[in-house]
Design a protein around this ligand. Structure first.
Ligand SMILES: Nc1nc2c(ncn2[C@@H]2O[C@H](COP(=O)(O)OP(=O)(O)O)[C@@H](O)[C@H]2O)c(=O)[nH]1
Ligand SMILES: [Mg+2]
Length: 592
């Protein structure tokens, strides 16, 4: 099935033509029939000579109802522009064409109606030249009379040629922009729309704003269906969803595949950005939302929407100044989660960045700007993700478009830089906390500014390892030889024994070796002369906590089984680290 929207000035014969082609009445309202004028969208369909079917979205031509017209053409990929032979090109011929151009509609047909009332050539010539400069380009033209039926066979053949040129619908997720809501006795709430991509099935769960709704039934061209594949006009029964919860401009969405954006950065096609009004209406799909426009570059701007819409990178929309009846231009969505612009110079930097963005959602370009982001958020922006492999972690994996941990994706350069910083942070922590068995994962997460602990552990590479919730520089942080020398000198001694420098040197631990052992966390230097084995601080805290509080230096010295030479600087270290507190009478308590 194909869907084509009509376009053109009021009273030029659009509805008459749809009626003549389809045998169906596009003017649904009594008021429309009484006044002989289309007010809202009409829908009708027909079989073509080729066997294909085409549905028409018949739009109102009156200038007051341009917003209704836009709701109809928004999701439709092709247009039938209708011009009356006896009136020729008129204001809403121009405004409708401007709208089609702004929305980048590329497929269309010119139909000059009422050619029983006037020779069609002049109207054809002028209209074709107006259309030629737009996204529609050179269009085929057919002269008809909706009253006598002249030319309708030619038109059917031309419609077959047009639909034959339309690109196939994309499989993608469903975003059904609702253009009508009504209730059917015994069935409940029904919405209709033009399904532009994807497939709907009865039983499907879809997102509607904040809630989830279920498809109870489907119809297309008046027939009950189990599934409807794009492109199609479709009626969706949402029994159980109150009618008042739905309105034109809402969208039924494949869950998880869209995010609601209230702030978007766009490329503007049409008027220079500097000439745009500060306020306008953004039309996209069947939605129309007031927006505030902030120019950023020569052809880029930031739009603040009065309420958020399910937009994706690459979406095409239209800005209209309703007061001036002026289509200000088309816009292409470049970013649905743009950064703030608080810093001085941020707007200029952003403008430069937007200039280089091509509106094709790509993993690489999103990661290069966002550095670290969840796959779910990428998917909701319209970025296609490769199927994740089982244990993806390395910068090479990140480069290959695999998540680095869980659902997290990282820019490859950023990820390897983080890996380098992790090594530095762990080493720095070990220097500052020589007796601790590594850096707590949470502290490291904080230092690296990461949003999730699994990112920290994913960054850890040998020789760095995770042990008991801490990140440890690893066994190779201290060479085996050094470990052996320290063992020879300290094994068998108490935890608070501090051999003299010449005794250590005699066992192979000269000044250089002691310094290395200190760096790698094997030894703890209290003073230039006093060196203890790693772990002394924890052991001291444990033993001192068991003493009656507060305790004197002498009581502490005895509890630790050591000398004043060790006890004095050790207690001072404990004071500095907040493990102990020194009272005015020189006694101490555990805790700060
Ligand atoms: N003579 C003649 N009248 C037409 C033709 N098409 C439409 N009309 C008349 O023009 C008026 C407006 O037609 P309508 O289809 O409502 O125009 P729309 O506003 O573009 O939908 C109606 O009175 C129609 O009967 C045509 O081909 N020939
Ligand atoms: Mg009409």
């Amino acid at each position: 099935m194909h869907v084509i929207a009509t376009a053109g000035h009021v009273d030029h014969g659009k509805s008459t033509l749809v009626r003549a082609l389809t045998g169906m009445e596009p003017d649904r309202w009594a008021e429309e029939r009484r006044r002989g004028m289309t007010i809202d969208l009409g829908f009708a369909w027909m079989g073509l000579p080729s066997g294909e079917t085409v549905a028409f979205v018949d739009v109102p031509g009156h200038e007051r109802f341009v917003p209704n017209m836009l709701a109809g053409v928004g999701p439709v990929p092709a247009a039938m522009i209708v011009v009356a032979a006896d009136e020729g090109w008129m204001p809403q011929s121009a405004e409708h064409l401007a709208a089609l151009h702004a929305l980048d509609v590329r497929h269309g047909l010119l139909v000059v109606t009422r050619s029983d009332l006037a020779e069609p050539e002049a109207a054809i010539e002028l209209a074709r030249s107006e259309i030629a400069g737009t996204s529609l380009g050179d269009v085929e033209a057919v002269a008809v009379s909706g009253v006598t039926g002249a030319g309708l066979d030619d038109l059917r053949a031309a419609l077959d040629r047009l639909t034959g040129r339309l690109p196939a619908a994309e499989p993608g997720p469903v975003r059904l922009w609702i253009d009508r809501v009504f209730t059917v006795k015994g069935a409940g709430t029904v919405v209709t729309g033009t399904l532009g991509a994807g497939r709907l099935r009865t039983g499907d769960e879809l997102t509607l704003g904040d809630s989830t709704v279920r498809v109870r039934g489907l119809q297309s061209m008046g027939q009950q269906r189990d599934e409807v594949t794009a492109v199609a006009r479709v009626a969706v029964n949402l029994r159980g969803t109150p009618r008042d919860d739905l309105r034109r401009g809402d969208a039924l969405l494949t869950p998880g595949r869209f995010r609601f954006a209230g702030l978007v950065d766009v490329r503007v096609h049409g008027d220079p950005v500097a000439d745009l009004p500060a306020q306008a209406t953004l039309h996209v799909g069947s939605a129309a939302v007031p927006v505030h426009i902030r120019p950023l570059g020569t052809d880029t701007a930031r739009l603040r929407l009065s309420h958020p819409l399910p937009l994706r990178i690459g979406d095409r929309a239209l800005l209209r100044d309703p007061g001036r009846h002026h289509v200000a231009g088309g816009v292409t969505i470049l970013d649905v989660a743009p950064p703030g612009l608080k810093r001085r110079g941020a707007a200029a930097a952003r403008a430069a960045q937007l200039t280089s963005m091509d509106a094709h959602p790509s993993l690489r370009s999103e990661l290069s700007r966002r550095l670290l982001i969840k796959g779910a958020d990428l998917a909701a922006m319209g970025v296609l993700l490769p199927t994740p492999s089982s244990e993806p972690m390395s910068p090479a994996d990140a480069a290959a478009g695999q998540p680095v941990a869980g659902d997290w994706y990282a820019d490859p350069d950023h990820w390897s830089a983080l890996g380098g910083r992790l090594g530095e942070e762990v080493a720095a922590y070990a220097r500052e906390h020589p007796l601790e068995a590594g850096m707590p994962v949470e502290a490291l997460r904080h230092r690296l500014g990461l949003p999730d602990r699994i990112l920290v552990t994913a960054l850890v590479r040998p020789p760095v390892v995770v042990r008991n919730g801490r990140v440890v520089a690893g066994p190779t942080g201290a060479p085996d030889e050094l470990v052996g020398l320290v063992g020879k000198a300290f094994d068998g001694l108490g935890a608070f024994a501090a051999p003299e420098a010449y005794d250590l040197a005699a066992l192979g631990l000269g000044a250089r070796q002691v310094a290395a052992a200190e760096r790698t966390g094997l030894l703890l230097r209290l003073t230039p002369q006093v060196v203890l084995r790693a772990g002394a601080v924890e052991e001291a805290v444990r033993l001192l906590a068991a003493l009656p509080q507060p305790f004197t230096l002498s009581e502490a010295r005895q509890a630790l089984g050591t000398t004043r030479r060790v006890a004095v600087p050790l207690l001072e270290l404990l004071d500095r680290k907040g493990h102990t507190r020194r009272l005015p009478d020189d006694r101490r308590t555990i805790g700060s």
